[in-house]
Ligand binder design. Structure first.
Ligand SMILES: Nc1ncnc2c1ncn2[C@@H]1O[C@H](COP(=O)(O)OP(=O)(O)OP(=O)(O)O)[C@@H](O)[C@H]1O
Ligand SMILES: [Mg+2]
Length: 357
């Protein structure tokens, strides 16, 4: 069965989508079959993979009109109409999209996912006395699991939206693992504190929901035990390959908050990666518990990367020359920086493989 990983932080703009694509690509480079799923109505991941021009408004319409196969749009529609995950899969050929990496596949998102979000929220809150809605919360995680298994995926990565609605609740609590991307600023620090409270609340809500419906722990797709693998610090400006002082201050504060607030709260509900395994995976690096990676600002490489729908680290030297239109010293600097990212992402991929083995 595919191992599932959520990229989650309810704070917006911390690089959840970009990291889903990049981590998916690096795991695919390391020989795994990976499905990435766009669960955000903004559809940024879909745009990133297909190329931004492919989802201009007009083209977005025709993209979905021309695809009667299994993307998130018919899934959402069917689940809202009460179709079971098994019959939905049986009646549709799973046809996820290919990407620029032969081992990486995408299930594209759709604006209508927000309809399902509200249905799940209602079902979780008031469902106890209404048996008709009891299957709604487990249905989406189940369908996605079946799709991932249908393409023999080793990993399925979920890109979630920046909110604390029912859809994020069931996807996070059904996942095997989760990673928290962070940005080095005050808003993100605030988010870490509320993340701890939220996940604790979700854990108890799902437990009550399962108990009240007699859902069996083995059969029900929401296992309610996602394991926190660590945080990824993003978008800081480096100095000598390390975060410069002003960013370092925020990174340290956020790391402290993760160690002193988030991790102890998650430990109480059994949702943290084993400490010894984590420390072993960090040995020989500058990283500290619970860092998974430090990814500095991509600077102008991001523009080339988005234009070519490839992660920054997968750009070739020729991509940088011809699309970036740089030469001489600027070209060398960009190529060096790309190589650094390649090294960093490869290490991140290996660490994730180790921690989820
Ligand atoms: N390391 C990085 N360096 C520079 N820019 C980055 C980096 N990571 C992400 N970005 C840019 O930051 C912006 C936000 O990233 P992204 O969309 O991945 O965040 P998100 O957490 O998914 O946002 P949302 O909460 O809206 O879903 C995007 O414009 C993206 O291109
Ligand atoms: Mg996003």
């Amino acid at each position: 069965m595919a191992k599932s990983i959520c990229l989650f932080n309810h704070k917006g703009g911390v690089s959840k989508t970009t990291t889903t694509f990049n981590l998916g690509w690096t795991l695919a480079d390391q020989g795994k079959r990976v499905l990435i799923v766009d669960l955000d109505s903004q559809c940024n991941l879909t745009g990133l993979v297909l190329g931004f021009s492919a989802i201009d408004e007009d083209q977005m319409e025709s993209f979905y009109r021309d695809r009667n196969n299994l993307t998130l749009q018919p899934i959402v529609e069917s689940l809202i109409n009460g179709v079971t995950p098994e019959s939905l899969i049986a009646s549709n050929k799973s046809n996820v999209l290919k990407t620029g990496n032969a081992n990486l596949f995408l299930l594209p998102g759709h604006l209508n996912i927000s309809d399902l979000d509200s249905q799940i929220s209602v079902a979780l809150k008031i469902a106890t006395g209404i048996p008709a809605t009891k299957n709604i919360p487990g249905a989406l995680p189940k369908v996605l699991q079946l799709i991932a298994d249908g393409i023999n995926a080793d990993y399925v990565l979920y890109d979630l939206s920046p909110n604390v609605g029912g859809l994020n609740e069931v996807m996070l609590m059904s996942s095997d693992h989760f990673i928290v991307p962070t940005s080095p600023d005050y808003f993100c620090l605030q988010a870490i504190n509320s993340l701890a409270k939220n996940i604790t609340k979700w854990h108890s809500e799902i437990r009550q929901f399962k108990e009240s419906h007699g859902f069996d722990n083995k059969m029900f797709p929401i296992k309610n035990a996602p394991i926190f693998l660590g945080a990824i610090q993003q978008r800081f400006r480096p100095r000598n390959d390390k975060p410069s002082t002003s960013f370092k201050n925020w990174i340290d504060k956020i790391r402290n908050s993760i160690n002193n607030t988030l991790v102890p709260d998650l430990q109480k509900i059994g949702c943290v990666v084993d400490r010894q395994r984590m420390e072993k995976s960090l040995s020989g690096t500058n990283l500290q518990p619970y860092d998974l990676a430090q990814i500095s600002d991509f600077n102008s490489l991001i523009a080339i990367s988005q234009q070519l729908s490839k992660p920054v680290f997968a750009l070739t030297d020729e991509d940088i020359r011809s699309v970036g239109k740089v030469f001489g010293h600027a070209e060398d600097t960009m190529i060096d920086s790309k190589n650094n990212f390649a090294h960093n992402f490869q290490a991140l991929g290996q660490r994730v493989l180790e921690l989820t083995a």
